[in-house]
Design a protein. Structure first.
Ligand code: SAM
Length: 252
């Protein structure tokens, strides 16, 4: 699948052309659905989202096994991946997001579970994190929402330590045309109806299939990662290609 728009362009919500406006729109949209985000995530994915995150944790477990590993879950939202990483790591796992209400939900979970995770509010395109200071960066269903994908990859590369690993879990397009059409129908018709009904924001759940449609296909994203300087780039599709997990390393 080809990327629409200019190279380096990120998400383009309907009617918005400017990067800063897009970033503001995305933050506001996630703020409006934060209270119902987890419920809808599990409902609309039939709970398969738990498996996608578990598989991601499994794929990065060699870094988590290192007691001194510095781990950052970007676009952590309500914290599910961050907590799954923390359960397998001896070190503190950091979570970061630009949307305050999502971080508040994540903070409640951290408190309830009494885990060591630490949260901070930041834009993934401009992280308040030192160069080469993180050994593992994960980003689940967040990368697609960035207003500039090339800048996002550059920022990942900047903060990763030499030899560090990044894992991007994101929606993708099923390569099988029949499944692709079925999924298209589900995501354009059923998902916005249920999502809108429960969250009160049909707009947010109409944005989801549109943003997936405009997002680079799995091969294209792998190429963008290589172009940004990542090595050993590989990806695996999950659930017939609805989701893809990309892994890449900073040359060490
Ligand atoms: C679909 S949610 C995913 C949350 C979580 N990672 C998960 O697996 O459920 C996307 C998250 O990315 C965050 N996000 C979007 N753009 C961002 C940016 N530029 N910087 C930081 N966070 C961002 C949103 O606020 C939202 O919490």
């Amino acid at each position: 699948m080809l990327t629409e728009g200019k190279p380096g362009q990120g998400t383009t919500p309907a009617g918005i052309s400017d990067e800063q406006q897009a970033a503001r729109w995305v933050r506001g949209m996630f703020g409006s659905i934060a209270p119902r985000y987890d419920l809808l995530n599990h409902l609309l994915s039939l709970n398969i989202d738990r498996y996608w995150r578990a598989r991601t944790v499994q794929r990065v477990s060699s870094v988590l096994a290192r007691p001194s590993a510095r781990v950052l879950d970007l676009c952590c939202g309500t914290g599910d991946l961050m907590l799954a990483l923390q359960a397998r790591s001896g070190a503190v796992v950091y979570g970061s997001d630009c949307c305050h209400p999502m971080l508040v939900a994540a903070h409640h979970k951290v408190e309830q579970r009494r885990v060591r995770s630490a949260l901070f509010e930041a834009d993934a395109l401009r992280l308040p994190v030192a160069d080469a200071s993180v050994d593992l960066i994960t980003i689940a269903f967040g990368f697609r929402n960035l207003s500039n994908y090339q800048q996002g990859l550059r920022e990942l590369m900047r903060v990763l330590s030499p030899g560090g690993l990044t894992a991007i879990l994101e929606f993708s397009t099923p390569p099988n045309p029949v499944l692709s059409r079925l999924y298209d129908f589900y995501s354009r018709s059923i998902l916005p109806t249920i999502g809108g009904w429960i969250s009160g924001s049909k707009e947010a759940y109409s944005y989801l299939p549109e943003s997936v449609r405009k997002f680079p296909g799995a091969e294209d994203l792998a190429k963008q990662m290589r172009d940004a300087g990542f090595t050993n780039v590989r990806f695996e599709r999950m659930t017939a290609g609805i989701v893809a997990l990309h892994l890449g390393e900073r040359p060490g």
